[in-house]
Write a protein that binds this ligand. Structure first.
Ligand code: AMP
Ligand code: MG
Length: 295
């Protein structure tokens, strides 16, 4: 496992001013340190995949908690790959992934939290949000004309408007946590240079062409506005009950290992054990065994 101190570096301290520039996107160290770290990270990821499978089983057996994992990032930061690699070992029945796209007309006729409320995981399961209601304070904040598409009553779309949205999000997450859902939020922090490299790869490799979208290039033009929107959102919504983690995303192995480790550690901290049966239940099991043996 990664040490708690390293994990702590990724955590956004609630109530503190946040500058994304203070968070690494890459890995600082010599080439040799990097090679060793990568080897170690791959090992840790493999082990954590196994731990996650066990942890998920315990979550399911206990049927008291759910885990909601929210993943947000700029394009090409590795959301899809992280989900694929971190969750590949777990029972598909205990896990659900939702990828939130541009809202439909029906969704726009409801509040911005509605479609997400319907998708939160039930007790015993892990739910993954690939994008989330945070888009409503990110892309929608960068492109305020999107607010006008959402049929809201008229009113100023000023500082107060966005603050109200952060408050709604915090209240929603607090509600989930109070009712047994653990909420973990990851911002995959990629540099502008690495995003360019990954876009180039999508253009150059026929097997990756499908991943390229001109829209992504357009959004890249708003890079600084997005970084500002992320800073505001993370600062306002990293809470003790539902913290944000800023995960370096220039190296895929760093991202995947860190995300898996934080999830495993969080479930581990719940100290779940398989449910203990009562003496009556144990007696019933013994009787069932006897009946089967007598067949
Ligand atoms: P992808 O994740 O690449 O499949 O793209 C999904 C697209 O949906 C992205 O461009 C998101 O910015 C967009 N999207 C997700 N949620 C919203 C939202 N609430 N309002 C507007 N666009 C959104
Ligand atoms: Mg995309």
């Amino acid at each position: 496992m990664i040490t708690k101190e390293v994990i702590e570096q990724f955590r956004v301290t609630p109530g503190k001013k946040l500058k994304l520039k203070d968070f690494d996107t890459g890995f600082t160290g010599t080439d040799e340190q990097k090679r060793l770290a990568k080897e170690k990270a791959t090992d840790i990821l493999d082990k954590n995949r196994e731990h996650l499978a066990t942890a998920q089983n315990l979550l399911y057996a206990n049927d008291r908690h759910a885990l909601l994992v929210i993943i947000q990032a700029m394009d090409a930061a590795g959301k899809d790959g992280t989900i694929k690699h971190v969750f590949s070992g777990i029972n598909p029945q205990g896990c659900q992934v939702y990828s939130f796209k541009v809202p439909s007309a029906e969704e726009l006729d409801h509040t911005f939290l509605w479609r997400h409320m319907k998708a939160v995981p039930e007790r015993g399961r892990i739910g993954i949000f690939n994008r989330s209601y945070y888009e409503d304070v990110l892309i929608v904040k960068v492109h305020p004309e999107l607010v006008e598409k959402s049929n809201l009553p008229p009113g100023p779309r000023d500082h107060r408007f966005w603050k109200d949205r952060y408050d709604d999000i915090n209240a929603f997450e607090r509600h989930l946590v109070r009712n047994g859902t653990i909420v973990l939020k990851f911002f995959l922090h990629v540099s502008k240079e690495v995003q360019k490299e990954r876009f180039m790869e999508r253009l150059d490799r026929p097997d990756k062409n499908w991943k390229f979208s001109l829209g992504d290039l357009k959004e890249r033009g708003y890079w600084d506005m997005y970084q500002d929107a992320y800073e505001d959102a993370l600062e306002a919504t990293s809470t003790e009950v539902a913290p944000w983690y800023v995960i370096p995303a220039d190296h895929k192995w760093v991202t995947r290992t860190a995300v898996a480790d934080i999830i495993v550690n969080t479930i581990h901290d719940l100290e779940l054990a398989y449910p203990k049966l009562s003496p009556e239940q144990l007696k019933a099991l013994a009787e069932a065994k006897k009946r089967l043996e007598a067949e």
